[in-house]
Design a protein around this ligand. Structure first.
Ligand SMILES: [Zn+2]
Length: 510
């Protein structure tokens, strides 16, 4: 219970998530247990009581007190049970969602009614959009928000969101939060994670669908802005902590919100629009008024896509981090091209990557499968010459990506496409105990080939001198300058010549 005052008047609200329901009613306080609920409150006659489900009765004032009864006839998890009490004004409306009238019921402080009407004006459109996108009608008896003092956010209590006063501005500055909580009615409240190891099924989904609502209502630019905003939350936590089973202190952190939303967006790209829609519909249908797990969601995705997705979930849900790509391309013969993709940081990811190719002939969307290898070269064909290749213009991928000049080194004065030195793909890679580095020289030259660790410190010099034209194979036995075995890890091999520098990545597995 949070006892606060508003304008000198006492108010009360509850905030149970994740494990605080037990402090005000006896319960098996885990999201895996659902029941119906009935809340009876005696309150001052001039105060309103607001809670889950339908208001089944309120008595006339008697001795300055009224008794309110709210009943949630749909299954509800303990952390979503809520009651708020205060000197409220009631805002009522009805919106049609999928042919069904949904009562809208907000409780706000009287001086905020104009602001709240404006801020909540798109709620009907939100519910309609989420109902269509999940293939599931609005699931509860009513929907609305109650304003509470001293809360800097909002909580998706079932059918009665609790929202802090600072978020009601009359400017829709927090419409993303309003939409996020509305999306929770499907993702979290109707379909509840069996336990909070899968809290991303709540927060990642609500965050993604609030961005999808911005796309639906405001257009593609608004959606791009949201995706870029999500990416700006990337930080050390994203590289260290997997989405699945976060520590208690990280249940409500950006890995479960923004990162999980971006992972869902990638999943949509990986399995495609129709399969993604089918998977979401199946996830909601199977879990309605019940539960879901990360495993059950994965199974729905695999069934809809008709393919195994363990690799995707292993990389993005059960492990931390994101890939870092260095990529380059060159024309190998008219209409044929080589794309070279290097992953410069561990862990290495397997992903299909989107590229858009532009030429005089038009443009083409390419989807290129990049395996979890340090360096790959992939051939592709186009109808004509390639003017430009753009990586992921539609922002599907969560990764770092940087285009580089082709890793071969061109002649200084001749055609820049003419290569005078080319560092080929290392083999085997990952390696243990030895790796071979092919070096193709079109003319004799002086060069230096050396191995560095990921911080740029020299590990071993492999060659330093002059070599003739032709193919050379330089080997490294995984030992450093002092002859000691180097540790397991990612290393960079750098070729320095008078014409420039080229680099590749190798992985030593002890
Ligand atoms: Zn949320």
């Amino acid at each position: 219970f949070y006892f606060k005052t508003h304008g000198g008047e006492p108010t009360l609200y509850t905030y149970n998530a994740p494990y605080d329901a037990r402090h005000w009613f006896p319960s098996w306080d885990l999201p895996g247990d659902k029941a119906t609920s009935r809340i009876t409150v005696r309150a001052r006659e001039d105060h309103h009581v607001y809670a889950n489900g339908a208001l089944v009765g309120v008595t006339p004032p008697q001795g300055g007190v009224r008794t309110w009864v709210w009943e949630e006839s749909n299954a509800i998890a303990t952390y979503l049970i809520s009651v708020t009490i205060g000197p409220y004004a009631t805002l009522l409306d009805t919106v049609e969602v999928d042919g069904i009238d949904v009562p809208i019921h907000h409780e706000v402080f009287p001086e905020d009614t104009t602001k709240a009407r404006f801020d909540f004006e798109h709620v009907g459109e939100m519910l309609r959009f989420f109902a269509i996108d999940t293939s599931e009608p609005y699931p509860f008896d009513k929907y609305g928000y109650s304003e509470v003092p001293g809360l800097g956010g909002a909580m998706e209590d079932q059918s009665c969101v609790t929202i802090g006063s600072p978020l009601i501005t009359g400017t829709r500055a927090y419409e993303d939060v309003v939409a996020h909580e509305a999306a929770h009615m499907w993702f979290g409240d109707l379909v509840t994670p069996e336990d909070f190891r899968s809290v991303w099924l709540n927060e990642g989904f609500a965050t993604y669908w609030d961005a999808l609502f911005s796309k639906h209502y405001y257009g593609d630019d608004a959606f791009r802005d949201r995706l870029l905003e999500f990416r700006r939350r990337d930080g050390p936590l994203w590289d260290s902590t997997p989405i699945f089973d976060p520590p208690l202190a990280r249940i409500y952190s950006s890995i479960e919100y923004e990162k999980a939303a971006l992972v869902l967006h990638m999943l949509r790209y990986v399995i495609g629009e129709p399969a993604f829609a089918d998977a979401i519909a199946a996830h909601v249908d199977a879990g309605r008024y019940g539960h879901a797990t990360t495993d059950s969601f994965q199974a729905h995705c695999e069934a809809a896509a008709g393919t195994d997705l363990q690799w995707f979930f292993d990389q993005w849900i059960y492990a931390a981090g994101k890939p870092s790509y260095l990529w380059s391309w060159r024309e190998t013969e008219p209409g044929r091209f080589a794309l070279r993709v290097e992953q410069s940081e561990a862990p290495l990811f397997h992903m299909p990557l989107p590229f858009t190719a532009h030429g005089a002939w038009g443009s083409d969307e390419l989807r290129i499968e990049v395996p979890a290898e340090p360096v790959v070269e992939i051939d592709f064909a186009l109808p004509g010459a390639l003017d430009s290749l753009r990586f992921d213009p539609d922002l599907w991928m969560l990764c770092d990506a940087e285009q580089q000049p082709w890793t071969g080194i061109g002649g200084a004065e001749s055609d820049p496409k003419e290569l005078v030195a080319l560092l080929g793909a290392p083999s085997p890679n990952p390696f243990n105990p030895r790796v071979a580095l092919p070096l193709d020289l079109t003319k004799a030259q002086s060069l230096r080939l050396a191995v560095y660790d990921t911080r740029g410190a020299l590990v071993a010099t492999l060659f330093d001198g002059r070599l003739g034209a032709g193919r050379h194979l330089v080997r490294w036995d995984g030992r450093n300058e002092r002859g000691r075995p180097a540790a397991t890890g990612v290393y960079h091999v750098r070729l320095d010549t008078a014409n420039g520098r080229s680099r590749t990545t190798i992985v030593l597995l002890r």
